[in-house]
Design a binder for this molecule. Structure first.
Ligand code: BT5
Length: 354
């Protein structure tokens, strides 16, 4: 019988990066055994309670690992030596020494999906737990806000969605986006050693360009309760030529900014750790504990900004603060406006007050 979760994945045409259990366990074992190790020893260590794993099964699993790009040497004495993991977003690699409590409890890794947010929504509808993650090497229909597209080329970025079931009011959902931006900025600074800023409501910038976008979707009125999907696209190892002409002026990657290739697994892991820390902090302390860190990294605060009006003409104002609900407070000629979401840009027309 196909589980509801599997049905959800099938309906999305998602191509899984197969991580069969034996291969996963074998990687763990090879990583831990320094130097040469024989098939017989591997078979014994992998043994289940009733019998050792036979050599043919181990050879199949080794071939599978090699086909995923793992470096596994066959030694003249018939032994095996682990030579390193591939540059691929495999579940086993992300889990290795992740050290989180809830994030990544299950990692659904794919080669190609329409949108990780769509797959995560389907999984959550089928009962997936808080902290489960969907990650893909590429997306054919990566989504931004308001039907905009997210450029998702294969094997250079990371496209991931986190399933959350927070006990917060729907009105607080925007806080999750800004918290995600903070976690990402912190992870970028740690892993890439470059400065990263937050642009309300859902972007992370490095070197004055967008390196990451966040799409938070609150899903209500479903059988499996209310849940939140936080989708994040991170441009990691794109070169300038990987971006279409339309994005070259506004988008960048961590590699371009840091002037070196970035380990995608380390980047994703650090983001997940930071996200968990900040998320648990939000649940225990509320937004106030995060506010200082967010404001410190915020590009818009204290600046004159242009707000794209919804059903009203565009207008200008002074970005003052981000409130408890994640709203941007903007002082305009006709008073202070609290924005829930929207497109806000730095206004070149007037000088900032700071
Ligand atoms: C966002 O929307 O920035 C949210 C993007 C979220 C993408 C992730 S990937 C994993 C998960 N699954 C999904 O399907 N989505 C999420 P917004 O603020 O509306 O910005 C969209 C705009 O950013 C586009 O109209 C482009 O101008 C620009 N853009 C598109 N791709 C980009 C890229 N790779 N890097 C930088 N900018 C990009």
């Amino acid at each position: 019988m196909i589980s509801r979760k599997q049905q959800a994945l099938n309906s999305q045409g998602a191509q899984p990066i197969k991580t069969e259990r034996l291969a996963d366990e074998l990687v763990e074992l090879l990583r831990r055994s320094r130097g040469d190790v024989s098939l017989r020893i591997l078979g014994k260590r992998l043994s289940n309670s009733t019998s050792d794993i036979d050599e043919a099964s181990i050879c199949n699993a080794l071939d599978q690992l090699r086909s995923w790009g793992y470096k596994i040497e066959s030694r003249p004495n018939g032994a095996i030596r682990f030579g390193g993991a591939p540059d691929r977003l495999l579940a086993a690699e992300i889990k290795n020494r992740l050290g989180t409590k809830i994030l990544g409890s299950k990692i659904h890794a794919f080669q190609k999906v329409s949108s990780t947010n769509t797959v995560a929504t389907q999984l959550a509808n089928a009962g997936a737990a808080e902290g489960e993650i969907v990650i893909a090497e590429s997306q054919t229909g990566g989504r931004g806000r308001l039907g905009r597209a997210w450029h998702s080329p294969i094997r250079v970025g990371a496209y991931l969605s986190i399933i959350l079931r927070p006990a917060i009011e729907p009105v607080q959902a925007p806080v999750i986006s800004i918290l995600t931006a903070l976690a990402l900025a912190e992870a970028i600074e740690r892993v890439c050693e470059i400065d990263a800023s937050i642009k309300w409501p859902n972007d992370v910038f490095v070197s004055g360009k967008k390196v990451s976008g966040i799409l938070t979707e609150l899903i209500t009125e479903v059988e499996n309760g209310r849940f939140v999907i936080v989708g994040t696209g991170i441009n990691i190892n794109q070169t300038r030529n990987d971006f279409p002409e339309s994005l070259k002026k506004t988008a960048t990657s961590l590699r371009i900014s840091a002037r070196r290739k970035i380990d995608r697994i380390l980047m994703v892991q650090e983001f997940l750790r930071r996200f968990e820390k900040r998320y648990l902090q939000l649940l225990s302390e509320g937004f106030s504990g995060l506010r200082k860190q967010i404001l410190k990294r915020s590009i818009l605060i204290g600046k004159t900004v242009k707000v794209r009006g919804v059903n009203v003409p565009d207008y200008q104002g002074q970005a003052l603060d981000i409130d408890e609900l994640g709203r941007l407070m903007v002082e305009t000629a006709s008073g202070v406006v609290a924005l829930n979401s929207g497109d806000v840009t730095l206004s070149p027309a007037r000088k900032s007050r700071r």
